[in-house]
Design a binder for this molecule. Structure first.
Ligand SMILES: *Cc1c(COP(=O)(O)O)cnc(C)c1O
Length: 492
């Protein structure tokens, strides 16, 4: 299997090269030239495996050109160990008669990005070595909150790699700031930057594009890389939990093998739901994939009209991890359903005019598998209350968007709703949804939420205020000093 660019203007590469490079040189995203299909016997074998074994088997089907099964199994066992994720990294909860919730937030940062970011650094380091590169990687991340912490937890103490995370002084929540300020690990660095997220992000982009910095780092045997969600190494681990969830349903006798289930995914960058579609293409009996959006409903409009138009008002919502107007991974879906020439044309339109329209035939093809539904702010709050009252099940704001969309979609089949964050990760909004009361202090809302819901606080968020500060949040720098900060960290 080879990896090709969605824009078709770069040479095909191995999986290790795709993971090391991230973005293809022509600006496209890497995608396998064929999707492996599992037989009934393969699914039957997966059913009786542990999660790390399932993940290794599924990832091996995509990465066997560069990785052995044993290597992947070794890394999966480390990444998804019980101390990090509890007994099952991706368990299903039975919530309603035909409603199942796939809980992806049992990892170290209580959000689903852990599912990919605990394993991706391990794949990355091995990929660098496999491509004969003796250099050390420095990962630079600008974060508006969740990705920074998940990346820090994933990369910490991994040999051959260092990570620096920059967050905007006033652009992250108190809990997010504390999560990053108390980060441990011998290869991590966290810095608060004066300004907003764009300032921090522009600072990082500038460092990436500065040849002078690259040369100085290069002379010390260091190269820069990102933990970006467009990397194939972040996408492929996400395919595993869809296949695994289906196997669990069969194993528990909830469905017979072959029976179709629908899936609803709270969507931002389109990575998570695309992984679900890839699982379907591998042979997992998935029916419809419901793409759930918040008020930033650019994808809902796309599935309805065939026009993707990012020139629209941007809303700051209570489900901030889905506040996105450019869903980068949609490019991979377009590629799967058309060809690199079509993708090239559409992406050119997007960069020049901020929008594109796909041909009718392509839209019809996409709509065989997908459907877009969105949920506004009031409906998000109401849904949290509704699910808690009706089923005694507590959900966060992102999951609420998906739950609302799943109910609106209806359908005869069983529905799996993907739950992407612990309710405690967004405690003020969840507490408000349940009680109608706003809390002054975000940390208080965690304890208050525990009192009203009687659901135990997710362990990574327990006692966060008492942990030792390692990176003082008040020690912030202006964006103009970020380059110097990076060089200083590298001993230059
Ligand atoms: C990142 C994130 C999402 C969106 O996932 P995509 O892969 O970007 O579509 C949804 N919910 C939460 C909590 C997230 O952190």
């Amino acid at each position: 299997m080879k990896y090709v660019s969605t824009r078709g203007m770069s040479p095909a590469v191995t999986s290790a090269e795709a993971i090391k490079k991230g973005l293809a040189p022509d600006g496209g995203l890497y995608f396998p030239d064929e999707i492996p299909v599992f037989s009934d016997a393969d699914f039957d074998a997966l059913k009786d495996m542990s999660y790390p074994e399932r993940a290794a088997k599924i990832m091996h089907a995509f990465l066997s050109d560069s990785f052995s099964y044993d290597e992947l199994l070794c890394e999966c066992r480390e990444a998804y160990r019980e101390e990090s994720f509890g007994p099952h990294p991706a368990p299903l909860s039975e919530v309603g008669p035909s409603l199942r919730v796939l809980e992806l937030w049992h990892g170290p940062t209580a959000a689903f990005k852990d599912m990919a970011l605990q394993i991706m650094p391990r794949l990355f380091v091995r990929s660098v070595r496999k491509t004969g590169d003796g250099r050390k990687a420095l990962i630079l991340v600008a974060t508006s909150g969740d990705t920074g912490k998940a990346a820090l937890e994933g990369y910490k103490d991994i040999d051959g790699i260092n990570i620096m995370v920059f967050y905007p002084e006033n652009g992250v929540s108190r809990v997010q700031k504390l999560q990053m300020a108390t980060q441990t690990g011998n290869n991590v660095f966290v810095r608060s930057v004066k300004g907003n997220f764009d300032d921090a992000q522009n600072g990082v982009k500038k460092i990436f594009s500065d040849p002078d910095t690259a040369e100085k780092l290069g002379n010390k045997g260091i190269f820069l890389s990102s933990a970006n969600s467009i990397n194939w190494g972040r996408l492929v681990p996400q395919v595993c939990y869809y296949v695994s969830a289906y196997c669990d349903l069969v194993k528990e006798g909830d469905i017979a093998f072959g029976e179709k289930v629908n899936v609803t995914v709270p969507t931002g960058n389109f990575g998570d739901i695309l992984a679900g579609y890839i699982a379907k293409k591998m042979g997992t009996p998935i029916g419809k994939l419901v793409c759930a959006s918040n008020s930033n409903n650019v994808l809902t409009d796309f599935f309805e009209t065939g026009t993707y138009d990012r020139k629209r008002q941007f809303y700051t919502t209570v489900s901030p991890s889905m506040d996105i107007l450019i869903s980068s991974n949609l490019e991979r879906l377009l590629f799967m359903e058309s060809d690199s020439g079509t993708v090239r044309g559409l992406m050119k339109e997007l960069s020049e005019n901020g929008k594109y329209t796909v041909p009718d035939a392509l839209l019809a093809k996409i709509n065989e598998d997908f459907c877009g539904i969105y949920c506004g702010e009031d409906d998000t709050h109401a849904e949290i209350r509704h699910i808690e009252t009706k089923y005694g099940y507590l959900i966060d704001t992102h999951t609420a968007v998906a739950m609302y969309s799943a109910e609106k979609y209806g359908g005869e089949e069983k529905m799996i709703v993907v739950s992407t964050a612990s309710p405690y990760k967004f405690a003020p909004a969840v507490y408000y949804a349940l009680t109608g009361e706003k809390t002054e202090n975000e940390l208080d809302s965690i304890d208050l939420l525990e009192k009203v819901s009687r659901v135990e606080i997710t362990s990574p968020l327990k006692g966060i205020a008492d942990r030792k500060i390692v990176f003082d949040p008040s020690d912030s720098i202006p964006p103009s000093e970020m380059t110097a900060d990076v060089l200083r960290y590298c001993g230059l």
